[in-house]
Design a protein. Structure first.
Length: 221
């Protein structure tokens, strides 16, 4: 899930399934033309900066967040999941909003919904909100609250300039919440500029098993 190196040599053939450097630049420009002016809505006049999911608008990104800069945006796409209660696999669609207001953290909002094989809506699914922080040594902290009734603290680090790996340090379940085990997550921008991720989670037997994976296209930012 790491980004592939672009092949920019004009006198070399481009391997099948791999873009040339010129193609990569062209496709990135096309994506930017579609998304560059899209952003979060602003509600009323506030005495502080509005949240922005677009690095071209709003407050400047805090210098402490540069290692997370590629994640800022609004992302939408589809993925595969495994229900830990039934063991059944299912399809889902998802929107993730990664925004900031100039302070030294990123706002994170993710919500998903179950879809059928034709991508039609079936029912709401998972929902989480939280904050990404990053230390002077590039260690990442991700604090998440889940609508299903749990709070998690992940720690991790960048693997490359466009990929990040994290694992839970603390998982707290509310009395009314759904049982959940620890988890590992890997996020990365893939060759076409999409945001892809996988999550593995500890099951009732203590085994780390696949839980979620998705590929999301930038729709704003």
């Amino acid at each position: 899930m790491t980004s592939a190196d672009a092949d920019g040599a004009d006198d070399q053939p481009t391997p099948a399934g791999r873009r040339s450097g010129d193609e990569a630049i062209t496709q990135a420009a096309e994506r930017a033309r579609e998304t560059a002016e899209r952003n979060l809505p602003e509600w009323g006049d506030l005495p502080l900066p509005h949240d922005t999911a677009n690095l071209r608008h709003g407050a400047d990104l805090h210098s402490g967040l540069l290692a997370l800069l590629p994640m800022v945006g609004i992302w939408q796409g589809e993925g595969e999941a495994n229900d830990p209660e039934t063991g059944e696999d299912y399809h889902f669609a998802q929107q993730i909003v990664v925004s900031h207001d100039g302070q030294n953290f990123l706002n994170w909002q993710a919500r998903s919904w179950v879809i059928d094989e034709d991508a039609h809506f079936v029912r709401p699914d998972l929902r989480e909100t939280g904050f990404w922080r990053i230390g002077d040594d590039d260690s990442i902290e991700l604090l998440l609250a889940h609508a299903e009734g749990s709070i998690e603290l992940f720690y991790g680090a960048p693997l490359t300039q466009t990929s990040w790996e994290l694992a839970t340090d603390v998982v707290i379940k509310a009395d009314s919440g759904r049982r959940t085990g620890g988890a590992k997550r890997l996020y990365g921008l893939v060759e076409d500029g999409d945001l892809a991720y996988v999550e593995e989670r500890v099951d009732a037997d203590g085994d780390l098993i696949p839980r979620l994976s998705a590929k999301l296209r930038r729709v704003a930012g």
